[in-house]
Design a protein around this ligand. Structure first.
Ligand code: NIG
Ligand code: FE
Length: 417
């Protein structure tokens, strides 16, 4: 309900604990990856942060006793809600046996070439009812929310025909309507070439049939394509993304995942919102993305699950680009928490916990064009926050077996996932 809402104090007011806990307020700060305030609190009204400052000042101006909700973090850290800007969370079926096959040495692309992988999920998804698709997605979003994700991008792409792609976008829309998480829908009809089809001919279907129907449906905001050897080449990817743009959808791209094909340069050329994966991107690719303001989205859980070498996160930071992180949750990468991703980013890609947190919040929001303060706790930002059961943000990456998330706040309200 509308009304005055105070969330805080984020910082402990107990003198004996003063100073021993960091309070993280995410944003691009000139002198560091995150602006972190000690003993701070924030207040929110109508789902929006209205004040951030020292706990005593905030509680004087917004007395906790008169607030609809007042949360004392008791000296623990409070961070912006996580933003997961790359998932394929709407699907049916199970591919755990492929994981076992991959452990025995089979490659992702071999499985796909044999009609498994994405194509297998397509068969299961086409056969599933709308209710099942919605129920599956809702269950995944529940887990994400419980682990601190307050905004998530979800791609279609397990339909590969107009009818099913529209059903997937409809499922995303219906579930999003009834869920606290903010959901950003992406159309990815060009996720794989359907069985028995040629890539060029299928791109015709995406461009002439699927995209007009998706535009008319009016749910999707972005258009994505899997630019990869034996999937869609650069010219085909360009066709899809340009047609998407003409239909009002902002381009995104799966680029340089298994081979360096030129997807990052294409993203720079088109001014895409993001280029994702980038395991095989070069320094020139990083420079091109930075110059074109395309956000690199790194997906360390995918590399982890496939046993591939990680993307070179430092190269993108050195090139002056932000580095966003995402789960890439899909049947090939059963990772739903941004906590796990931050651990991998720190341990395997050499980011500091603060850099990883920025990638999981502010920079992730940039990669889905959310520039309203999402992923920060600045004044005017959505009041999406996570209270940790730990005194410092380092615990997010450091504690890798159980969750460090204590309380999740979405639009100023404590959620009970
Ligand atoms: O981002 N690379 C393409 N798409 C997904 C995998 C989808 C699948 O295997 O089902 C990805 O990793
Ligand atoms: Fe993906």
């Amino acid at each position: 309900d509308a009304g005055e809402l105070v969330v805080g104090p984020a910082a402990g007011t107990d003198e004996s604990r003063a100073g021993d806990g960091s309070r993280a307020i995410g944003d691009r700060a000139a002198d560091g990856p995150l602006e972190i305030r000690e003993d701070a609190a924030f207040a929110a009204i109508d789902g929006e942060v209205v004040a951030v400052g020292p706990t005593d000042e905030i509680t004087r101006e917004y007395p906790p006793e008169s607030a609809a909700t007042a949360i004392d973090a008791g000296g623990n850290a409070v961070v912006p809600g996580f933003v997961d800007p790359h998932t394929h969370a709407v699907f049916a079926g199970d591919r755990s046996d492929e994981f076992t096959a991959k452990l025995r040495g089979k490659s992702y692309q071999e499985i796909l070439a044999e009609g498994g992988g994405i194509l297998r999920t397509v068969r299961a998804t086409r056969a599933a009812s709308d209710a099942t698709l919605r129920e599956n997605l809702r269950a995944h979003l529940d887990v994400m929310l419980a682990h601190g994700t307050t905004t998530v991008e979800v791609k279609s792409g397990y339909g590969l025909d107009a009818e099913t792609e529209l059903r997937l976008l409809e499922a995303i829309d219906r579930v999003a309507d009834a869920h606290p998480i903010d959901v950003v829908p992406t159309f990815m009809g060009a996720h794989a070439v359907p069985e028995g089809r040629e890539a060029d001919e299928y791109v015709d279907r995406v461009v002439e049939e699927q995209l007009p129907a998706v535009a008319e449906q009016g749910i999707a905001e972005f258009c994505d394509v899997f630019c990869e050897a034996d999937v869609f080449d650069v010219a085909q990817s360009r066709r899809v993304l340009e047609a998407g743009e003409a239909a009002g959808l902002t381009p995104k791209i799966h680029a340089e995942e298994f081979t360096r094909l030129g997807g990052a340069q294409l993203a720079a050329d088109l001014g895409a919102a993001s280029a994702d994966h980038l395991l095989h991107a070069t320094e020139e690719d990083a420079a091109a993305l930075a110059a074109a303001d395309v956000v690199p989205v790194l997906l360390p859980a995918t590399a982890f699950g496939l046993g591939e070498a990680y993307a070179d996160a430092r190269a993108f930071l050195d090139a002056g680009a932000p580095v966003a992180l995402a789960t890439d949750f899909n049947p090939n990468c059963h990772a739903r928490t941004m906590e796990f991703v931050q651990t991998l980013a720190a341990v395997e890609m050499g980011l500091t916990p603060a850099e990883a947190l920025r990638g999981a919040t502010h920079d992730a929001a940039l990669s889905i064009d959310r520039e309203d303060g999402t992923g920060t706790l600045r004044e005017g930002a959505p009041a999406d926050a996570v209270v940790l059961e730990a005194p410092s943000i380092a615990h997010l990456a450091y504690r890798f077996d159980t969750s460090a998330v204590d309380t999740v706040i979405k639009a100023g309200v404590e959620v009970d996932p």
